[in-house]
Design a protein around this ligand. Structure first.
Ligand code: NAP
Length: 562
């Protein structure tokens, strides 16, 4: 970028410098999938860059969520950064759904392969980021008290990075051990011979529960809302499968880029209304159940998310499966959900329902008798006391905006990003927001609800191309047009409202509309209009010369400041 000036700092870690009076061309917040991919993109395009990461290692979600049983719900062959093959990094996943340790090793390998570690400052949070109108630059402050300036700021904070604290009084009085899944310790946690409680039955708890059940003396699961837990049907990948996946990787990723949720599925074209008999419908659903994972939703009926009757039939199918797996009638009944499938993000199970047939496992319904407090020896609901040696809280996240809200991130009018998003959410493709010049978000609000690495690749590529466009045209500032962002926001609402999901999502406090947290505005936090159309929108924006944005040269930017 531009040459150094007298104001330019030299980074003591990697010796790079920013230009035009800033310390760095770009600063990145987070070193998970998004941050790593972004750092590489910036380096490739010749920008000086640095990332800040609150953990002591890379991984983001895959660094913090090291609870037993943690693994991906996306098939490994599409849970991958797509460009690495070109760069000569070979990698073979071991399983259909890789474990947290394997994903963490993968991200460490990527970081070293791309030689990015020297550009990451670990154990450091960005506490504030203020747009400085007079300098046309961002000034950021870290938890270590250091400040840096940059031309571009990129948040790669992840969609689910702020775990909710256990929302019960009395936790400090508990004499046993307690853990939060989203902040799981690095040391081994021993369940053997202990009376363990798990609070929550979302995708995280569903992964923890079967593992803990093997060793605990007793396991008591506190459930408020049951989920449609789809069987994952994980398997180890054979050498032949790995060879085939490597050979087919380009085709596989092309398929994922056009599948509605960014997976290697072939979206169903058959509608439930095309079939005449109940037996035919059951056969299709049985196929989805047997093949495992989210294929139950996407490879069965094309009208699963738009036709309430089709969704009801699938829901009834899952309830019948639960009834046939779980021996105790009352437990089976409690595990049966009664709302629209996908109005809560369905978890993938690894012998989840089967776990409730064990003698040492008990399900407690707290829908009408909520947990009221943690006590020195356990917890109590309105009607009963329970004693435990260990409590595991898997109570969810302040999704997407929660992590942005932890940063005092202020735009051109000194307004807070999190406040603006909560009050009046409007972004351009979930990547930029009006009033926040030169800010890009990876995994921002209103980006697709989909397999995350596929979206990250697209977003980072879009940001990289946009920055290169600015540099080759002599622009130093990008602003998002307000009406353009408003229009995207309306499209996000419309896409969600075209599905059968909104009512159930509200009713069941779904996190993807922010309903799991009091005080958060309830609205779709994601684009539900499909990955293919989303990528087409992003591409069109570039091809049509960025109609949703205003670019300024240094002279225009400084004239605007006068
Ligand atoms: P979640 O789906 O929001 O589940 C939180 C659970 O805690 C819910 O069962 C909730 O009950 C319960 N809960 C919260 N407050 C409670 C209270 N006061 N009393 C009783 N129960 C309470 O959170 P999560 O399981 O961490 O999963 C969040 C998302 O992370 C997933 O949907 C998924 O997208 C992602 N995730 C992905 C993977 C993967 O891909 N491998 C794995 C894990 C998680 P209610 O439902 O009644 O509110």
């Amino acid at each position: 970028m531009a040459g150094t000036t007298s104001e330019t700092k030299v980074d003591t870690v990697n010796g790079t410098t920013g230009g035009a009076g800033v310390d760095y061309d770009a600063l990145v917040i987070g070193a998970g999938f998004g941050g790593i991919r972004m750092l590489h993109e910036l380096g490739k395009r010749g920008l000086s860059a640095k990332a800040f990461e609150s953990g002591s290692g890379v991984g983001g979600t895959w660094y913090w969520n090291r609870y037993p049983g943690a693994r991906t719900d996306s098939e490994s062959w599409v849970y991958i950064l797509t460009f690495l093959e070109e760069l000569g990094m070979d990698w073979d996943w071991k399983e259909r759904f890789p474990t947290q340790p394997e994903v963490e090793v993968y991200l460490n390998r990527v970081t070293d392969h791309l030689d990015l570690r020297k550009k990451i400052e670990f154990n450091t949070q960005v506490t504030a980021a203020h747009w400085d109108e007079s300098k046309n630059a961002w000034k950021i402050t870290t938890s270590k008290g250091n400040t840096y300036t940059c031309t571009f700021l990129i948040t790669a904070t992840g969609p689910l990075a702020t775990p909710l604290k256990p929302p019960f009084p009395g936790l400090e009085s508990f004499k046993g051990e307690w853990y939060q899944t989203g902040l799981w310790p690095k040391h081994k946690v021993d369940f053997a011979g202990k009376r363990v409680a798990v609070v929550g039955t979302g995708a995280t708890a569903v992964q923890v529960i079967p593992v803990v059940a093997h060793n605990a003396k007793t396991l008591t699961v506190f459930q408020r809302t049951p989920n449609y837990v789809l069987p994952a049907r994980n398997y180890p990948l054979t050498e032949d499968q790995q060879v085939a996946l490597r050979r087919e990787s380009e085709k596989v990723l092309k398929r994922a880029r056009s599948q509605s949720f960014g997976m290697d599925f072939v979206d169903a074209t058959l509608k439930s209304t095309d079939l005449e008999t109940e037996a035919e419908i059951q056969r299709v659903l049985e196929f989805g159940w047997e093949i495992g994972g989210f294929r139950f939703i996407f490879e069965t009926f094309a009208d699963m998310l738009t036709n309430a009757k089709c969704n009801d039939m699938a829901a009834e199918f899952v309830r019948n499966k639960i009834q046939s797996i779980v021996k105790d009638k009352k437990t089976a009944e409690l595990l049966c959900p009664h709302y629209t499938i996908l109005s809560k993000r369905p978890p993938l199970g690894h012998f989840y329902y089967e776990t409730f047939n064990r003698d040492n496992v008990e399900l407690v319904d707290v829908k009408d008798d909520p947990i009221q407090a943690i006590t020195p020896n356990g917890l109590h609901t309105g009607t009963k006391e329970y004693e435990f040696d260990m409590i595991i809280f898997a109570v969810g996240f302040d999704a997407i905006t929660g992590t942005l809200a932890q940063i005092d991130l202020r735009g051109s009018e000194h307004q807070l990003l999190a406040e603006q998003l909560n009050k009046d959410m409007a972004t351009a493709y979930g990547i930029t927001a009006p009033g926040f010049p030169n800010l890009f978000m990876v995994s921002g609000p209103q980006a697709p609800f989909a397999n995350i690495p596929v979206i990250i690749d697209n977003t980072v590529d879009w940001i990289g191309k946009t920055i290169s466009f600015m540099r080759s045209n002599g622009y130093e500032r990008i602003d998002t047009k307000e009406d353009f962002a408003k229009n995207w926001s309306e499209q996000v609402e419309a896409a969600f409202n075209a599905t059968v999901l909104p009512e159930g999502a509200k009713e069941t406090r779904s996190w993807y509309i922010g309903a799991n947290l009091e005080g958060k505005t309830v609205r779709p936090l994601f684009w539900f209009g499909g990955v293919g159309p989303y990528f087409a929108h992003c591409e069109r924006e570039i091809n049509e010369g960025y109609p949703g944005f205003v670019f300024s040269s240094p002279e225009q930017a400084s004239r605007a400041r006068l």
